[in-house]
Design a binder for this molecule. Structure first.
Ligand SMILES: Nc1ncnc2c1ncn2[C@@H]1O[C@H](COP(=O)(O)OP(=O)(O)OP(=O)(O)O)[C@@H](O)[C@H]1O
Ligand SMILES: [Mg+2]
Length: 508
């Protein structure tokens, strides 16, 4: 067995009172894909940021290529061939792909930027690893998947042998994810070493040579291909059995709460325009929308929540016409919304957990023009408990929460609004399997209380296990509608690709 290119031993990192990493170890061999998994807040991102020099460690040894490292800075890490693609991309949207790649690292001829040389270099990576990247496009015009490939080329062009990818697939469609896996295979074949962080155990089992599990800042163990199965990894992660089978109660839907009638909107892309779409969600039922990302799901949600202009058609919420209402007006009419992008629209990152939690119900916590701080604290403490936000100190800024714990804060705030309609977009994206279990149970509870729930998820397992009715969206239209007991992954898959179930050409 070849000796590790990276060795991290007995690593310790504290953030104030929070012991983020306590004595964890990790090693990476040349030419392997090594996954790092664990609950939200287990310390995965922190471990890798220590390797990349974004934080200073409080203890432990790190060696790179056999050489012991003292203090690491990102600059030094890059010199040593370690590169990291972060969860939030760090590209400049207004610049082209090529400009982003060479930014701060320009091959120069004398004092002049040597563009042809840079272009040739980037083209070599594109060809070598089969990347599918358009160099002349501006970053704000490319898809998330392509932006991620740009990030990968960027770190390769700086000489990375070790690539750290922190939850790269959380933002990808299934198609984009399989494209990424092909690229990772190509990189591995070329001798690169890859650290892969993900909550999706199926993809972890598919692409890894080894898997290391972290829990509460410690490493629980490392398994090699052939030694793992889903249940075993899940148990190592959360220390108990996991049951991702929701105990679903039969629904007895009441009156329609959301009614969308002959809706037309503009779209981010041609195929995502909404075209004459009608649907409804009734009280006490969960309606799931299945579809490949980019077929109008986001546009539909934006139209419902007051974020996108309706060109034609009507939207009624509990009988009130909210067509082209402001987001605030729609909320007043009874909407709660777990947004797709928790950083952009979900949370105010600079505010505390408790202030974020009461942001949508400030009036309830105001007494005589003053905020009732102690009531807010009590309320937030209760929610932090119920939704298992860790660490559970409501006064901490949400910017210090791990990705999955930030998501739990959004879910708690929206579910507790007492709304009539809950729109949940990708509610469990980026949360660990223990939290998926509890968020799904919460959605079931909300439904039992008579709330109408509209669920949009790229995860068919989630759609199938939670929904009472399933709608399939394709190119801005509803192309299928069925009760859940008539649906399965296969039939949904066919409809999502634009096929029809009778094997006939779809009428257009
Ligand atoms: N900059 C920071 N300031 C304060 N605390 C932090 C900071 N970054 C991380 N933490 C804390 O350190 C712990 C580990 O966080 P980390 O981001 O490493 O978790 P993770 O395993 O990546 O989780 P997730 O799967 O949710 O992304 C958490 O308790 C988190 O709240
Ligand atoms: Mg993380």
């Amino acid at each position: 067995m070849n000796s590790p290119i990276i060795e991290m031993r007995s690593i310790v990192k504290n953030f104030g009172d929070v012991k983020a990493v306590r004595g964890a170890s990790f090693d990476l061999r040349q030419g392997e894909i090594h996954s790092l998994i664990g609950e939200n807040g287990a310390g995965k991102s922190t471990m890798m940021k220590l390797l990349y020099g974004m934080y200073d460690r409080d203890g432990g040894d790190i060696s790179v290529g056999g050489a012991q490292m003292g203090r690491i800075t990102p600059k030094l890490a890059i010199e040593k061939g370690v590169g990291m693609v972060h969860q939030e991309f760090m590209l400049v949207p207004e610049l082209t792909v090529l400009e982003n790649i060479i930014l701060g690292f320009e091959p120069r001829k004398g004092m002049v930027l040597d563009l042809p040389k840079a272009r040739a270099m980037v083209q070599r990576y594109i060809d070598q690893y089969d990347m599918d990247v358009q160099m002349n496009k501006r970053v704000n015009q490319i898809s998330v998947g392509e932006a991620q490939r740009v990030e990968i080329i960027k770190i390769l062009s700086r000489g990375a042998n070790v690539l750290i990818l922190d939850e790269p697939t959380a933002v990808l469609t299934p198609q984009e994810a399989s494209h990424l896996f092909e690229i990772l295979e190509n990189l591995r074949r070329d001798g690169k070493s890859i650290v892969f962080i993900s909550h999706r155990l199926n993809e972890v089992m598919e692409i890894s040579d080894r898997v290391t599990v972290m829990r509460r800042g410690e490493t629980i163990g490392t398994l090699s291909r052939g030694e793992w199965d889903y249940g075993k990894l899940a148990r190592m992660m959360i220390g108990r059995e996991v049951f991702l089978n929701v105990d679903k109660k039969a629904s007895e839907p009441g009156k329609p709460v959301l009614q969308v009638e002959h809706l037309w909107t503009s779209g981010e892309k041609e195929i995502s325009k909404i075209r004459d779409l009608s649907m409804e969600v009734r009280a006490g039922e969960i309606v799931g929308i299945a579809g490949i990302d980019g077929n109008g799901q986001s546009e539909l949600i934006e139209a419902i929540t007051g974020l996108r202009r309706v060109e034609k058609g009507r939207i009624l919420l509990d009988g009130t016409d909210v067509t082209n209402g402001s987001p605030e007006a729609v909320r007043r009419a009874g909407l709660a919304h777990i947004p797709e992008d928790r950083n952009l629209r979900g949370l105010n990152r600079s505010m505390s957990i408790e202030d974020n939690m009461v942001a949508t119900k400030l009036r309830e916590f105001t007494k005589g023009g003053m905020m009732d701080r102690s009531a807010i604290r009590r309320y937030a403490e209760e929610l932090v408990q119920r939704y298992d936000v860790r660490p559970g100190n409501p006064q901490m800024p949400t910017s210090s929460l791990s990705g999955g714990n930030a998501q739990k804060v959004v879910v708690a705030r929206e579910v507790e609004m007492g709304a009539k309609l809950l729109v949940a977009s990708q509610p469990t994206r980026g949360v660990d399997i223990g939290a998926i279990e509890s968020i799904e149970a919460i959605l079931e509870e909300v439904k039992a209380q008579g709330v109408a729930v509209l669920l949009v998820s790229a995860d068919l397992r989630e759609i199938l296990s939670l929904s009472d009715r399933i709608l399939v969206m394709y190119e801005g239209r509803i192309t299928g509608s069925m009760p859940v007991d008539e649906a399965n992954e296969n039939t949904l898959g066919i409809l999502m690709m634009g096929g029809s179930l009778e094997g006939k050409e779809e009428a257009r």
